[in-house]
Design a protein around this ligand. Structure first.
Ligand code: C2E
Ligand code: MG
Ligand code: MG
Length: 697
């Protein structure tokens, strides 16, 4: 919409006609005052104003307009006389946007007006965008520079609000401002940005700031043909996050060791190395050690997960210590330790690369065993966690990561079956053994439900009089498919699966019931010994279970004996002592089984409330061999006696052994010489035969 102001009504009419025929609305006024009134009323897009008005000065009207509206808000086109340069100049001074010289060409008028309007809109738009750009710059947190073709660097925006200055002098050239290599990189990016004007190029660099290492990101974009805008951002924090995330992806959060993911990718790399070296004069061998802590789960369950976590941390650091590259022993064995990973709750893996010989892997495993043998003190508990370690060699025991891991795992199970706290190299027969283990577990569950377990009893004799002093309850399992299976075979699996808790309670019940039964038949009361595994020792309900069996059968706790091995004491930590003391309070007799095997640390014997020392059958068997065996047995007997303990020799098979033991003062014995483990029926007959009587009923 246009407001035209002219004192000549003819001209106004012609102008209105020309404009309306071009689709524009035109209001007309013949005086300045009328014109201003129309402007206020209609807010036109443009004013067409004659320089000469009757009794008025068109320039004054224009100035009046400008008092309220700016050039952009309301363009004013003044109509001047032809070639009246003074008027043209005065028009601009008064605030006109443009002028038209008379005589006016009516056909051209709408085009001129439209042109002025468009130019004005473009100008306004430019101003808007400049304003926006300025505020974007001002709000931008990062410093922005320009680099021109002479490599002069100018700070456009400091990154601090209100610090912009369009006319700062250049800071210097790239070479003056940056180290040589960095300047070259920046130069390269500037050139590329100029060559590809639409693209934003990014460059990440490290460059110290206030003596601290810092990461920076530079973004380059051409802002003119000869100028590149460079935005610099400090990305140190982001880099730290990235680093943290990468660390988390490859490390175990509890111990800081590698995780399974890191292990696999490293193994992959080493594989390629070893396989590549095959057929060369120096083929490489590497080893994977798979380590599982024996009975860690029980410790975790009994003493709480927080303590379990702490324990794992200590174990992790002990393993790592063993493998320190500074460790002279490791160097002497020429093993190159890649790293340690924790790949499950209590499972650790170690990679040893470039082994001198496979035996080196065994030596490292042995050092780990030694390092973990020392008790770990945590919150007043003295804990011993022993590991079972499986070793698989690459490439011979597996030509890919999965196979190698599986075989090292199998070797670890074999180490567990072999008695734990040991290491074991993989051999190909182990694959079958693992299957057998699963078959055993399934069979045991079936057996428990269908009564395939029985308890046999082996007499304990006073060798001087051949009277029966006691009996040991020994668990038997007859599977309908697998036949009779030895306890040495199924008990480790029962321990691992936790089935031992149920089985153990079964043995207590059967043993006490049988002993009660014998008494009610009229036989003299004898003590019945029940074996207890370390897993049972860590069971928080152990005492409850035993007390329940005592109450159920009405047995006298003084006729109950509990046998534990030395490993039970070590694995059970301080808790074992407390549990044993509680048993003692109940009146139960305590025996240390298989004495002399395992840890043979005599020092702790004083601390534990044992009544009986059972000399392991290996010592009894050694009596028939070299004199050394006899000396050892003699020493053990002497020591047991000096501690005031009752001694029972296990596995006595012949008279020579019996006589030797008797001569040294060990009167009690258990073994095939006196009686095999027997079914309750056979034992009952055996006992009646010994006492020379008959059952009452
Ligand atoms: P142990 O407690 O040392 O039991 C003695 C083992 O020696 C028994 O083996 C017994 O049959 C065997 N033996 C007895 N006299 C002789 C002999 O003169 N010569 C020879 N060569 N061996 C003899 P068994 O029954 O196979 O039990 C093996 C182990 O299994 C036991 O060793 C014990 O540690 C464990 N075990 C057996 N029953 C149970 C049970 O109910 N609970 C737990 N936790 N462990 C059990
Ligand atoms: Mg025993
Ligand atoms: Mg024994």
């Amino acid at each position: 919409m246009v407001v035209a102001i002219d004192d000549d009504a003819m001209i106004l009419r012609a102008a209105a006609k020309a404009l309306s025929s071009a689709g524009m609305v035109c209001h007309t006024a013949t005086t300045g005052a009328e014109g201003l009134q129309l402007i206020r009323e209609h807010a036109p897009d443009l004013v067409l104003l004659d320089v000469v008005l009757v009794g008025e000065d068109g320039f004054a009207v224009c100035r009046e307009i400008r008092r309220t509206w700016s050039h952009e808000e309301l363009p004013v086109v003044m109509v001047t006389g032809l070639d009246d340069l003074a008027s043209i100049q005065a028009a601009y001074q008064a605030g006109a946007n443009d002028f038209l010289a008379k005589p006016l060409h009516w056909k051209h008028l709408p085009y001129r007006i439209r042109h002025v309007l468009q130019a004005n809109q473009a100008f306004t738009a430019l101003q808007d965008s400049t304003r926006t750009l300025r505020s974007v710059f001002a709000a931008h947190p990062d410093p922005i520079f320009t680099v021109d073709t002479q490599e002069r660097v100018t700070l456009v925006h400091s990154g601090i609000r209100g610090e912009d200055n369009d006319s700062r002098p250049p800071l210097g050239t790239l070479d003056e401002l940056l180290p040589k290599e960095l300047a070259a990189e920046v130069r390269d990016h500037c050139q590329r940005a100029l060559a590809t004007p639409a693209e934003v190029l990014t460059l990440e660099i490290t460059h110290p700031y206030e003596n601290e290492p810092h990461f920076w990101e530079g973004r380059f974009i051409a802002s003119a043909e000869d100028r590149v805008l460079v935005m610099i951002r400090d990305i140190t924090e982001r880099k730290a996050f990235e680093q943290q995330i990468r660390h988390m992806a490859y490390h175990d959060s509890l111990t800081g060791l590698w995780n399974r993911h890191a292990l696999s990718s490293t193994l992959e790399r080493i594989f390629q190395d070893t396989i590549r070296s095959e057929g060369t004069p120096y083929p490489k061998t590497a080893a994977l050690l798979y380590l599982d802590l024996d009975n860690f789960k029980r410790i975790n369950d009994t003493l709480g997960h927080a303590l379990g976590d702490d324990l794992l941390k200590v174990v992790a650091s002990r393993i790592a210590d063993v493998l320190r590259p500074t460790d002279l022993l490791a160097r002497a064995e020429s093993t190159d330790v890649e790293s340690v990973a924790r790949i499950g709750g209590d499972e650790f893996c170690l990679i040893l690369k470039s082994l001198g010989s496979p035996m080196d892997a065994g030596r490292v495993a042995q050092r780990i065993l030694d390092a973990l043998r020392q008790p770990i003190l945590l919150e007043g508990h003295e804990l011993v966690v022993t590991p079972s370690i499986g070793i698989a060699l690459m490439p011979q025991d597996g030509r890919d990561v999965d196979t190698l891991l599986k075989n090292a795992d199998r070797a670890m199970y074999a180490a567990k079956e072999g008695g734990r706290n040991r290491f074991q190299f993989f051999d190909s027969s182990m694959a079958c053994r693992l299957q057998e283990r699963f078959a055993l577990e399934a069979g045991m569950r079936r057996g428990l439900a269908h009564g395939a377990f029985h308890v046999h009893f082996q007499p304990q004799i006073d060798a001087r009089t051949h009277t029966i002093m006691g009996m040991e309850a020994l668990l038997r399992w007859d599977d309908p498919e697998m036949g009779s299976i030895a306890p040495t075979k199924f008990i480790p699996v029962a321990e691992e699966t936790g089935l031992i808790l149920e089985l153990g309670e079964f043995v207590f019940r059967e043993a006490l019931q049988f002993s009660q039964h014998l008494q009610t038949e009229g036989l003299p009361p004898i003590r019945v010994a029940v074996n207890l595994s370390s897993v049972q020792m860590l069971d928080p309900q152990l005492l409850e279970r035993i007390e329940y069996c005592i109450a159920l059968t009405g047995a006298d706790p003084h006729n109950l004996e509990v046998e534990v091995t030395e490993s039970v004491l070590l694995e059970g930590s301080g808790q074992a002592l407390a549990t044993l003391n509680r048993m003692k309070e109940l009146g139960i007799t305590l025996a240390l089984d298989d004495f002399g095997t395992g840890y043979s640390s005599l020092s702790y014997l004083h601390q534990y409330p044992f009544d009986i020392l059972k000399i392991d059958q290996s010592f009894v068997q050694a009596l028939s061999g070299a004199s050394q065996g006899r000396n050892l047995a003699t020493a053990i007997i002497a020591m047991g006696k000096s501690l005031g303990m009752e001694l029972i020799a296990e596995g006595v098979e012949d008279l020579d052994q019996a006589n030797f033991l008797l001569a040294r003062g060990c009167h009690k014995a258990q073994g095939f010489l006196y009686g095999h483990p027997m079914s309750p029926t056979d034992f009952r007959a055996f006992y009646w035969d010994r006492v020379g009587g008959e059952p009452k009923s």
